[in-house]
Design a protein around this ligand. Structure first.
Ligand code: AR6
Length: 175
């Protein structure tokens, strides 16, 4: 039996990960921006933008897939998180939908390892505690009764965020 955990927490730059797919916290244009989106476009190269131009954007809570180009990852799944507006504008449902849409696309494209950044918690100002609960809860529910993706990595850019994810994952395992 393989007992390596299907949910893992990693600290570092998501553009360096050798996985089947990394997820990008994009905006509705899909044409690049700052934060993790900027880092992914820079590392993947201009060909990524050319493919993104063909996709006609992406709705909040939805996801689209491209090739990984110069990244070690085979694919990039671009999702658009909600901008935090106080919590009364359906932000939680939209954020959960980002994770589900991305995982569905990963499964449909035979991706067995997928890495997520902390969607919406940077420029889009989603409170980190609540966003982490949604990320971990939604992913664990999704993978419970599916074989793909086999491993989901939460890629945190800093140690504090990684600690928060570790605690949330541990609390979930305790039940
Ligand atoms: N690897 C992993 N995580 C990263 C990296 C990286 N290289 N760089 C930043 N993060 P943000 P959002 C973390 O702002 O809030 C863009 O302009 C960062 O510390 O990238 O969904 C888009 O075009 C934070 O925890 O995404 C949109 O307009 C997390 O990634 C908008 O920002 C998300 O921060 C999306 O905002």
């Amino acid at each position: 039996m393989n007992d390596s955990p299907r949910i893992q927490v990693h600290t570092g730059d998501i553009t360096k990960l050798t996985v089947d797919a990394i997820v990008n916290a994009a905006n509705t244009s899909l044409l690049g921006g700052g934060g993790v989106d900027g880092a992914i476009h820079r590392a993947a190269g201009r060909e990524l933008e050319f493919e993104c131009r063909m996709l006609n954007g992406c709705k909040v809570g939805d996801a689209k897939i491209t090739k990984g180009y110069r990244l070690p990852a085979r694919h990039i799944i671009h999702t658009v998180g909600p901008v935090w507006q106080g919590g009364g504008k359906g932000e939680a449902e939209l954020l959960a939908s980002c994770y589900v849409s991305s995982l569905e696309l990963a499964a449909a494209n035979d991706c067995s390892t997928v890495a997520f950044p902390a969607i919406s918690t940077g420029v889009y100002r989603y409170p980190k505690d609540e966003a982490t609960e949604i990320a971990v809860g939604t992913v664990s529910t999704f993978i419970e009764d599916k074989t793909l993706p086999g491993v989901v990595i939460f890629c945190c850019f800093d140690e504090l965020t990684a600690e928060l994810y570790e605690q949330t994952v541990a609390a979930l395992r305790k039940g």
